[in-house]
Design a protein around this ligand. Structure first.
Ligand code: MRU
Length: 354
C-alpha cells in the first residue's frame, strides 16, 4: 500500500503540487512560489478536483500576501483583494475555490496584528485548511461506508472522473468511500469511467487504485449503462464540484448520464463531498455556473486531431444531476437524502462544526 497521495503540500517556503497533467506516464512535482503561478496551475489543471483547488487557492492567498513588503495595513488589504480577485478568475464551478478564498480573507481581517503577523497567520490558516481536508475526507469515507448497500457483501462500485486523494488534500471523497470499503473488506472492484475529454478516470483514478492495490476495471464512458444492465454494478459513488441547497449536484461532465442509467436500473447513486462543496446561497442546480473549456480538449485528446477541420465543438466541463436521482449525499457530518441536506448542513455549521 502507498504511504498516501498528497497533491498539495507546503514544502520549503513554496507549495509543492503533484503535476496531474503528467500522470500516469510520469510522477512529477511542481514547486509554486507566487500567486500567478498558482493561478496558472489551477487553470491548466496541474492541480484539479474541487477540494484540492480550494486548498491550492488558500496557499495561493498566502503566496500573494507574502509578496507584499510594506507595512501599511490599508494597502496590504487592497493588495490581498487583488490576490483574491486573481484566484477567483481561475475556475468558476468548484465552489471550494471561493470558500477557501473567503476563509483566508476572513482570517486576515480577524487578525489584529502587523502585516508580518497577518502573513504568518495566513500561512497557518492555509496549512490548517489542508490538514482539515484530509480529516474531512476520512470522515466522509467512514459515514459513506455505512450507507452503501448491505448486499452483496463485496460491492462493485462505479465512479466517474477522479474524486480521489489527487482531487483533495489526501484520501479523497468518492474514492475515499471506496478506500474505506476496501479497508473494511466490502469492496470487490471499482469500475472507473475513463471520463472524456480530460480522462481523469483513466489517468488518475486507475493510477490511485493501482497505488493502493484496489482492483479496478477501466470503462470507456459509453459502457456504464451496459455494465449496469448486465448486473455488474451494485452502487455508484461520485464526487461533486458544487451542490445547490436543494441537492442538485454539479460534477464532471457525464455524471448526469451515469445517474440516469443508475436510476433506470435501480442502482443507488451517491454523491460524496465535504460541506464546503455545498453552496447554500444557490437554491437549485440551474444556477450553478458551468465552466466551458478549450475545445481543443475535445478534438485533440493526444497529439492527433480526431475529426476533420471545420467541425464545431462544445466543451462544458461539468453537468448538473438533479436531486431526484441522488439517493444520498455523503458528507463529514453524515449521509443525507438531498431534501434533508440544507437543514443538516445549517445545523452543523451553526453548532460550530466548520
Ligand atoms: O475538472 P476537474 O478534474 O477539476 O473535475 C473534478 C471533478 O469533477 C470531481 O469529481 C470533483 O471535483 C470532486 S473531487 C473530490
Amino acid at each position: 500500500m502507498s504511504q498516501g497521495i498528497f497533491p498539495v503540500q507546503w514544502h520549503e517556503e513554496s507549495v509543492r503540487l503533484i503535476d496531474q497533467t503528467r500522470l500516469p506516464a510520469e510522477y512529477s512535482v511542481v514547486d509554486i512560489h507566487c500567486v500567478e503561478d498558482m493561478a496558472t496551475a489551477i487553470t491548466t489543471m496541474i492541480v484539479r478536483g474541487a477540494p484540492a483547488i480550494g486548498v491550492a487557492a488558500a496557499f495561493g492567498m498566502y503566496l500573494g500576501a507574502r509578496d507584499f513588503s510594506g507595512s501599511d495595513l490599508q494597502e496590504f488589504f487592497a493588495h490581498l483583494d487583488q490576490v483574491a480577485t486573481r484566484l477567483r478568475q481561475t475556475r468558476p464551478t468548484a465552489v471550494n475555490l471561493f470558500w477557501a478564498i473567503d476563509k483566508m480573507s476572513t482570517a486576515a481581517q480577524a487578525c489584529s496584528g502587523s502585516v508580518g503577523e497577518i502573513q504568518a497567520h495566513l500561512l497557518q490558516t492555509a496549512q490548517k485548511i489542508c490538514a482539515d481536508d484530509i480529516r474531512t475526507c476520512q470522515q466522509i469515507g467512514a459515514h459513506g461506508l455505512t450507507a452503501l448497500p448491505q448486499t452483496p457483501e463485496k460491492l462493485r462500485i462505479l465512479t466517474h472522473c477522479n474524486a480521489g486523494a489527487l482531487a483533495t488534500a489526501g484520501y479523497g471523497t468518492a474514492l475515499g468511500v471506496i478506500r474505506s470499503a476496501w479497508a473494511a473488506g466490502r469492496l470487490e472492484r471499482v469500475y472507473a469511467d475513463e471520463t472524456r475529454p480530460r480522462w481523469q478516470g483513466a489517468k488518475l483514478t486507475t493510477w490511485e487504485c493501482v497505488q493502493e492495490g484496489i482492483p479496478v476495471t477501466l470503462l470507456a464512458d459509453t459502457m456504464a449503462a451496459h455494465c449496469m444492465q448486465q448486473g455488474m454494478i451494485d452502487a455508484v459513488v461520485v464526487g461533486a464540484d458544487r451542490i445547490a441547497a436543494n441537492g442538485d449536484t454539479a460534477n464532471k461532465i457525464g455524471t448526469y448520464s451515469v445517474a440516469l442509467a443508475a436510476q433506470a436500473h435501480r442502482i443507488p447513486f451517491f454523491i460524496a463531498a465535504p460541506a464546503s462543496t455545498v453552496d447554500l446561497n444557490l437554491p437549485e442546480g440551474t444556477l450553478i455556473p458551468i465552466e466551458q473549456r478549450d475545445p481543443q480538449e475535445v478534438y485533440l485528446p493526444d497529439t492527433h486531431r480526431i475529426c476533420p477541420e471545420g467541425v464545431e465543438f462544445y466543451n462544458p466541463a461539468f453537468d448538473v444531476t438533479p436531486a431526484q436521482f441522488i439517493k444520498g449525499i455523503m458528507t463529514e457530518f453524515g449521509v443525507f437524502p438531498p431534501a434533508q441536506l440544507e437543514a443538516a448542513i445549517r445545523s452543523h455549521l451553526s453548532s460550530g462544526n466548520q
